[in-house]
Design a protein around this ligand. Structure first.
Ligand code: NAD
Length: 274
């Protein structure tokens, strides 16, 4: 594969295309990761809440690809906010992954009702200094919460991982991220698969000789998002990464832009309280 890398705001490079393991059962995760590595994936997105970190580590080891050639992200469990808890929780992840460090550690949800994410972030800054993670970032943060971190801490998040796909394009957050040097990671990049029946996407699939999933993934890449679609079907795992041999024309990017519908497939950060 020819996956480009994006340089994060601390100089660490992340493959722009990866593999998400949300909802993959623990017992199936190592095999899924192995299939993905064979297909060319070098970036894996897991979380403490997914309960499959062991499988991610196992799959990477079984693949035989050196650790330093693979980018691993995990995320803090919602019940582990707070300075000390955030540190202990990453130690647990490293034990389950059987790794000495992760590449990226994210606050999974801000949980503004608990009002602990600034304290949590201070723990994250310590983990970064200690080399337990090469970069730190957040997920599901809104502008207001990013502004608060900016005012009360010193490390700017390397990424904000948010729900983003053609039906929820997140124009405001993307512009804010760009102005602050925060990379945008798009979760549920395929709208959990439900978006793919859209007639415009079928039409573009026909025009380019690609699938609707490939059209959507190519749209993400061309507007600068980092993506990690999930699939447990080996054929689709290979199909999804086969998006580096064509380019969507500007008019077609704009047409996909017209699919904005403010539609959430997952929990909406405006109302999610853990
Ligand atoms: P996704 O948009 O990647 O969709 C996955 C689903 O789409 C699959 O289960 C399958 O049904 C379908 N699909 C995949 N490839 C296909 C193809 N080629 N053709 C047809 N259908 C296909 O959804 P996701 O798993 O929710 O998101 C991807 C990753 O994002 C997750 O695995 C996880 O790592 C991350 N994520 C993070 C958060 C967060 O709160 N930070 C929330 C949800 C997901």
């Amino acid at each position: 594969s020819h996956v480009p890398q994006i340089e994060l705001n601390n100089g660490v490079r992340i493959p722009q295309f990866g593999f998400g393991v949300f909802t993959i059962p623990a017992a199936d995760t190592a095999a899924a990761v192995r299939t993905a590595v064979e297909a060319g994936y070098r970036h894996f997105d897991t979380a403490q809440a997914y309960e499959n970190e062991e499988g991610v580590g196992e799959g990477i080891r079984q693949s035989g690809v050196p650790r330093e050639e693979i980018f691993v992200t995990t995320k803090l469990a919602n019940d582990a906010h707070g300075h000390d808890n955030a540190i202990t929780a990453l130690e647990g992840s490293l034990q389950r992954l059987e790794l000495d460090y992760v590449d990226l550690y994210l606050i999974h949800w801000p949980l503004p009702n608990q009002d602990k994410y600034v304290l949590t972030w201070q723990g994250f800054e310590e983990l970064l200094r200690a080399g337990k993670t090469r970069a730190i970032g957040v997920s599901n943060f809104e502008v207001e919460q990013l502004e608060r971190l900016a005012g009360e801490s010193s490390v700017v998040p390397a990424v904000n991982q948010i729900e983003l796909h053609p039906a929820l394009q997140q124009a405001e957050l993307r512009a804010y991220h760009q102005s602050r040097g925060i990379a945008t990671e798009a979760w549920s990049p395929l709208g959990q698969g439900e978006l793919l029946a859209d007639p415009l996407l079928s039409e573009l699939a026909g025009k380019y000789g690609k699938t609707a999933a490939q059209i959507v993934l190519r749209w993400h890449l061309q507007i600068g998002n980092i993506v990690f679609p999930k699939s447990v079907t080996p054929e689709r795992v290979r199909e999804n990464i086969a998006v580096f041999d064509f380019e969507l024309a500007d008019a077609d990017l704009a047409a996909i832009g017209g699919l904005e519908a403010g539609r959430h497939f997952g929990p909406d950060p405006a109302t999610f309280r853990g």
